[in-house]
Design a protein around this ligand. Structure first.
Ligand code: GLA
Length: 684
């Protein structure tokens, strides 16, 4: 039953709405935040926002024998609000206004349901890149605070809530009784603020440029395949001086194949020539036990296609990587993620209405894992990928099922590892999902390491070079032991998909583990999700990602600074000139692939800005001036902060442009969520 107060409020609103319609041009109208499209809200964590409307206050009658559903409420310091939005923090909501919005009013605070007793947040309201209002720190238990912000003239508005605590758990906070008064157009929520997608990088020259790693690891006696990543006009002729005799070069295609030589280091000089010129580049082959001497690069299907992936899509991905030039700057692995095996049939599985072509027995009579009907012939698939000179990746889990509920490798680890190698895979991502059923959450570290140690030693002994990628979200400080159990890279955190508004926080957290980053051992903060990606929370079809163009550049800048594996995980069939430009700047990729393998150090960190510096193999430095805040700022990189001395030649890496010599500092205006990426060398 509606309460009398609610009825009065509803009547008042009805009258307001009725009277506002014909008078819209001269009188302020009003709209509740909860009446706008809140699917555009960005929020951390997996729990959906709580949207409370007075009409939702009366719960639906409970089905017979069941307890009634809890009525959603917002409560701040014991005071209940029957209208508003409660969300996990960090949360951000962008709105477009027409300049004639008058004000925004709300009551704000940490919701009493926030699990963490120490929860504290900061609300802020940004209009046209200027801070209009900031709550300061509001702790859990503090009375709701009133917000009343004039909006005259504002066109782009951001309502933001951030954690004020460190670390940043998922606090829950409310915009209660939030509404806009406006004279013109009704405010409209948008996924990202409008920003022009500027292509910063000049087109690759027609003359050859040799790209990709300068150092490459392989294991003696294993099959060897390397496509020399090179931009420039075709036809092109390749040469490789100093190749060990077990390897041969296809001079027209730039493919090196054969058998990895006996242990040793081979200093090769690669050469590429076309009608426009010639380029050379050193390429050191290190045959031994360590793979991935530079961070692996490639494409992974997950954030684009989820459980829609097929053999045909994987083949097409390899074709596109070659056709678009991604392979010419170093993208090499074409990786299938989850959903290639069968969902074991059961009433519970059927209740989820799976694609019938993905349901079937997990294994054959000999215990061999079976592919589902969308993957009719794995061997033929990897051959297709290898024929392009690219490499193939696969995914499984140590538990009985993968995260998406498909058959995985529990108690068949050795058989599966051999199978993957026999199919021709070159990369294995080993997830954690459902292994939690095998070991309890409070199991010892050794018990939680066990499946990785086991698979690591199996993979190491395969008759193929298979890069081993641990995906257990950073549990047990995996960066400290991932290498020891045979891994070459390990996810340092939960899935970044669906949380792209926390990109900077995730990156800065990942950078804390820099001491463990070195050739053959890489911290993996998850895939690069720019261009078109699927909705990670709902597994939806690809659409433009929820990041501004500036944010997309920052993604790559941060990953390159941190020497992170660069796996693009977007829809290749929707690649446009902008996305390709962000993915394929060879000077940015050189920073990621630098042979020293150093991950950048954060040398200065304020609430909104930071400086990162990474030493490169040739003695030069890569420097990032980062702004994770929501308004543009001037950032000064002082040589004293960066620990460099003397005049420095500064280069803008994205624009591939020299900026001259600076004596003591470099200052730049950094857009919101931007990273200015520089390369600096001591001026002679
Ligand atoms: C986990 C991983 C993701 C992806 C999915 C597949 O969530 O972290 O990267 O592999 O499983 O189900």
């Amino acid at each position: 039953m509606p309460t009398p107060q609610r009825s009065v409020l509803r009547l008042a609103l009805t009258l307001l709405a009725a009277s506002a319609t014909p008078l819209a041009t001269c009188a302020a109208d009003s709209v509740w935040l909860t009446d706008l499209d809140l699917t555009q809200l960005h929020f951390a964590g997996w729990r959906k926002p709580t949207i409370v409307q007075p009409s939702a206050a009366a719960p639906a009658p409970a089905p017979k024998g069941k307890a009634p559903a809890a009525t959603p409420t917002l409560k701040i310091a014991g005071r209940t609000f029957d209208r508003g939005v409660g969300t996990f923090v960090t949360s951000a909501l962008w709105l477009e206004l027409d300049g004639r919005a008058e004000r925004f009013e709300a009551m704000v605070g940490v919701d009493d349901s926030a699990a963490d007793k120490q929860a504290a947040v900061i609300f802020s309201i940004i209009g046209d890149e200027k801070k209009l209002w900031d709550s300061g720190v509001i702790a859990r238990g503090a009375a709701a605070r009133k917000v009343d912000v004039p909006l005259a003239g504002v066109r782009s508005l951001l309502l933001k809530i951030e954690c004020a605590t460190e670390p940043k758990p998922n606090h829950f906070a409310d915009w209660a009784e939030a509404r806009f008064a406006f004279a013109g157009e009704r405010p409209r929520t948008v996924r990202v603020p409008r920003e022009e997608a500027v292509i910063l990088t000049p087109a690759a020259s027609a003359a050859p440029r040799l790209n990709g790693p300068r150092v490459y690891g392989c294991r003696p006696g294993n099959p060897f395949l390397y496509r020399i990543p090179t931009t420039g006009e075709r036809p092109m002729t390749f040469a490789a001086e100093g190749l060990p005799p077990t390897l041969t070069l296809d001079a027209a295609r730039g493919l090196i194949t054969g058998t990895a030589p006996a242990r040793g280091t081979f200093a090769v000089t690669l050469r590429a020539r076309n009608a426009r010129g010639e380029a050379t580049r050193p390429f050191k082959i290190v045959s031994g036990s360590t793979l991935a001497l530079t961070p692996p690069m490639g494409w992974n299907h997950w954030y684009a296609h989820y459980n829609r992936i097929t053999d045909a899509m994987m083949r097409e991905a390899a074709d596109i990587m070659v056709r678009t030039g991604m392979a010419d700057v170093g993208y090499a692995y074409v990786s299938i993620d989850d959903c290639w095996s069968n969902i074991p049939d059961s009433p519970a599985a059927q209740a989820k209405r799976p694609d019938p072509a993905r349901v079937g027995p997990a294994r054959d009579a000999q215990g061999n894992i079976l592919t589902n009907r969308h993957f009719p012939d794995m061997r033929a698939l990897t051959e297709h990928i290898h024929a392009h000179g690219l490499k193939a990746g696969i995914y499984t889990s140590p538990g009985p099922l993968t995260c998406a509920g498909f058959a995985a490798s529990y108690e068949h680890e050795e058989q599966d590892a051999r199978q993957f190698a026999a199919w021709g895979f070159d990369f294995l991502k080993y997830d954690w999902c459902s292994y939690g059923r095998i070991v309890p959450g409070d199991a010892t570290l050794a018990a939680r390491q066990k499946p990785y140690r086991q698979m690591g030693s199996l993979v190491e002994r395969l008759p193929r070079d298979v890069v081993f990628n641990l995906c257990q979200y950073g549990h047990g400080n995996v960066w400290e032991w991932g290498e020891a159990v045979g891994g070459q890279c390990w996810r340092t955190a939960d899935d970044l998909g669906g949380h792209l508004s926390s990109l900077f926080d995730v990156a800065l957290k990942n950078a804390e583990h820099r001491a463990w980053s070195r050739p053959g051992a890489w911290n993996d903060p998850d895939y690069v999700q720019i261009g078109w990606i699927g909705d990670a929370r709902g597994g939806g079809e690809p659409q433009p990602c929820p990041m501004t163009p500036t944010g997309q550049y920052s993604f790559m800048s941060l990953w390159a600074l941190m020497a992170a594996p660069i796996f693009y995980s977007g829809d290749l069939t929707h690649l446009d000139a902008f996305t390709l430009n962000v993915l394929c700047n060879p000077e940015v990729i050189d920073i990621d692939q630098d042979p020293l393998g150093e991950s950048a150090r954060v040398v200065k960190l304020t609430r909104d800005t930071f400086l990162m510096i990474k030493t490169l193999d040739d003695g030069s430095k890569a420097v990032g001036l980062g702004n994770r805040g929501d308004v543009p700022v001037e950032i000064t990189a002082k040589w004293s902060d960066l620990d460099v001395t003397g005049p420095q030649r500064v280069r803008d890496v994205w624009r591939q442009r020299d900026l001259g010599v600076s004596d003591t500092a470099y200052r730049a205006r950094v857009p919101r969520h931007g990273v200015v990426l520089l390369r600096m060398a001591t001026a002679k």
